[in-house]
Design a protein around this ligand. Sequence first.
Ligand code: ADP
Ligand code: ZN
Length: 732
Amino acid sequence: MSIPAPMPDSHATPAEVAEVLLPLALASAYSYGVPKGMHLSPGDYVEVPLGPRSYIGVVWEVRPAVPTNLRMRDVSHRFDAPPLPETHRKFISWLADYYLEPIGNVLRMVLRVPAALEAPREQVAYRATGSAPKRMTPQRQRVLEILQDGFPLPASELAQAAGVGTSVVKAMAKDGALQAVALPALRPFAQPDPEAEAFALTPDQAIAADALKAAVREDKHSVTLLDGVTGSGKTEVYFEAMAQALRQGRQVLLLLPEIALTAPFLARVERRFGVEPAGWHSDLRPRERERTWRGVADGTAKIVVGARSALFLPWANLGLIVVDEEHEGAYKQDEGVTYHARDMAVLYGALAKFAVVLSSATPSLESLVNVDRGRYASVKLRDRHGRPELPEIKLIDMRAAAVPSGSWLSEPLLMEVKTALEAGEQALLFLNRRGYAPLTLCRACGHHLDCPNCAASMVEHRFRRLMQCHHCGHQEPVPNACPKCGTEGKLVPVGPGVERLAEEAARHFPEARLAILSSDITRGVLLRDVLRDVADGVFNLVIGTQLVAKGHHFPHLTCVGVVDADLALESSDPRAGERTWALLAQVAGRAGRGERPGRAFVQTYSPDHALMRALASGDRDAYYSQEKIIRQGAALPPYGRLAALIISDTDGPSAERFAKSLARNIPPTDDVQVLGPAVAPIAVVRGRHRWRLLVKAGREVDIQAFLRLWLQDVKVKGSLALQIDVDPYNFL
Ligand code: ADP
Ligand code: ZN
């Protein structure tokens, strides 16, 4: 008989055992002893040993110990932070079940800011004294530039922002150019004033606001779709719902697609409620992250304006979520834990019993169908100025346009742009393709320049003088000679990107003040400046990607040309139509939002397509009814359910074998259809070979149960990866 050797830090049986969930790919919590003198409750943040390391986790359950718990290791530390509330723990469990994700991975999204668990501490920061350093270098210059706005920064943050080492900062402090100051622990949140500065609402807006306020006041779960064209005052109206939740002492989350989280928008929230809202997005400085996390946990951050992951902040007392631009694909996270933030916002409201508001000028079909089914309430807003939903839209039949090769602008479109420019107005040409050309070809041997890591072509970015892969980010200098046959001067661009289109536009309108708007210029200040200059009319001809479609207000813009309306339709994605509609309607809707009426021109090779016809007649309902029929006929969401399995491996044959073995072991069923396996549309990404299976079922089928049954004994070994995507949005 053998007696188990005692663990290094084990002792007598503890009185209590804590089940601690760790932020690792684990499906359940681990048991730890609660040491004498430590009091733990569910939701407490603790540190525990695991193997040679220690981890921060959350207590999921506490129960009395039994003698077999002898070998258990103890919780090593309890953090003095507000415990994670029960609703939030339920939310995590539910989300993990729904997306078939190990719950520990979901918890990791909550524990993004471990520093916030410690009692907030003072921090040493540096500010400029105003006296110049004895010796000025470009590095020192940059440090001073960063500090220009007057905010002191810790040495590490300052050094990082200026792109210098911390030694530069230290040396400047010694020199007298910088001064060390103690920052208070964390800047406390000022409390918003629900009545700070509201507009007098129009009668329409007031009715809408009352409906939303009533939903908030009811203190139970509801979802309301706020549906109205851009500029109809949706933001002002949902501000009223937010004010109502604040009056009731609750916290409010305003979710935005990351790209819409701009300084002017935040300033608008600040004006309305009298205080700066807490922010949550990828550009936030570590200290600000810590502050928001802590403020959400202790309930002092009342308004948070954030990107999708703000859902996972440890909400103390959430009473309303507003999802702005609810149709946006950006709410779906495709990597790591896959989830849809709009859907999860609705779920959160159901678990915690509060109102959710979804706002959009082009709602998703999912939300519209939920309105039809009576599950969501609907509130509509008409344009405040009585303008029609869309400007006048004309289709340009590209089959008849006879555009010379290497050009993309048809004669009718050029005429319209000319007219607008001559009238002193602004024109926008929209093409949803970054860079100069999507493809580069060798005229001598026919070779394409492809990414070495992906089955995708390299995109030329002529302004930045490089070739870039839009899937993995790989960059190379633009080659002179073909890498395959070595012939020089025979590489040619194929197809247009915005940069190439700008060249063509400049040829036709040499006098125009031209600006390109694409995410390639999103670095810091630049984009903000360009957007402002476009709004002010500094530029009169704008060439832009979908970046221009997102809610910006350009009062001088009267003429919009969509260069390739068919682009977004060419996709295997069942939502391609819906997405195209939203995009084109939003782009066209940029025209004529100022004093003068706008016109939009849509170049298409399929003018008879139902979507194009509905666009031309400005008949949104006709388009949506048509789309509903198509989706219903094919039993696609929201009339059916989908899940995708994506198999990938660095070794191609291994990925294929695994995909095929999965397909051989599909549990027998009549309710579920499995399509594939097939090579994924983008067959290789970052050196990983990809296969897909698509699971399709009726709306009433428990697709998760099917997936669990199918995958319960599946072992994913070595470099293989299996990603489960419930409700997929991306069909690459
Ligand atoms: P949406 O969110 O539907 O695009 P906004 O709420 O942003 O619309 O309103 C568009 C513009 O009109 C904003 O500048 C907003 O401040 C202004 N606005 C909206 N409603 C009113 C109102 N009742 N009185 C004055 N200005 C308003
Ligand atoms: Zn690549």
